[in-house]
Design a protein around this ligand. Structure first.
Ligand SMILES: Cc1cc2nc3c(=O)[nH]c(=O)nc-3n(C[C@H](O)[C@H](O)[C@H](O)COP(=O)(O)O)c2cc1C
Length: 215
């Protein structure tokens, strides 16, 4: 069963969901499988399809992933957000407090999130030229967004996080991922949403981002 959303509604209302995750409701495996099936319709360079999705629902492993999520956050210590954090994080003006409030809530509840999705791509580009980096990341990130759109269509909420970054090696070990050959692309908490009404967000106006014929 999917929500009654037009394509434009789906594209404009798939939000980063942190506060409205239903932490008491398990997510059926079949729904996640459907999302992966849709995600793998995304494009990849040379159609190589080097993508993987590690889904974690088993309690002990979920706890280990949640611990790593927390340890990768500056606010894991529970310290209030400082001006220095704001500066360091370089958030879009106007979003900082809202995003951080949501993130604090997510951090406080991360051990209750029913599922984590960790998308991964074969091949490491740590010191690779830009073309190779673009080709590799460009072959996993569209699929990740498709996964998130498919999840939203099914009443599920996601937040794209890069919490895997600072702890990638440890997370790979916990998940049995061969770190030398595979990059973890994101760490996505997944749960049903509380309510399904999400709104389009305010974004930078079109005339600041659209360039016609020249910059
Ligand atoms: C590359 C990337 C990294 C992100 N990292 C995090 C993160 O580590 N933690 C988090 O809570 N949200 C993270 N987000 C979610 C953004 O904060 C969110 O997409 C943005 O604030 C817009 O929110 P909205 O889509 O709900 O309007 C990330 C998003 C992207 C695309």
């Amino acid at each position: 069963m999917t929500l009654d959303l037009t394509p434009d509604e789906l594209l404009s209302t798939t939000r980063a969901v942190r506060r409205r995750l239903d932490l008491d409701r398990p997510v059926p495996r079949s729904l996640i499988e459907e999302c992966v099936d849709l995600a793998t319709q995304a494009p990849t360079g040379r159609n190589r399809q080097r993508w993987h999705f590690v889904v974690v629902t088993e309690p002990a492993r979920r706890r280990a992933v949640a611990d790593l999520f927390l340890s990768s956050l500056a606010l894991a210590s529970g310290q209030p957000l400082t001006q220095r954090d704001v500066w360091r994080m370089n958030y879009h003006p106007g979003s900082t407090e809202r995003v951080f409030d949501g993130l604090r809530h997510l951090a406080a509840n991360i051990h209750r999130v029913p599922a984590f999705v960790i998308p991964a791509v074969e091949g490491r580009t740590d010191h690779a030229p830009v073309t190779e980096q673009a080709g590799t990341w460009g072959s996993i990130l569209p699929a990740v967004w498709s996964f998130m759109l498919a999840a939203r269509a099914r009443g599920l909420g996601t937040t794209w996080t890069t919490a895997q970054g600072p702890r990638e090696r440890e997370l790979a070990r916990v998940l049995g991922v061969p770190y030398e050959k595979v990059m973890l692309a994101a760490l996505i908490p997944l749960a049903y949403t509380i309510g399904t009404d999400f709104k389009p967000a305010r974004r930078v106006p079109r005339d600041q981002v659209l360039h016609w014929d020249r910059w």
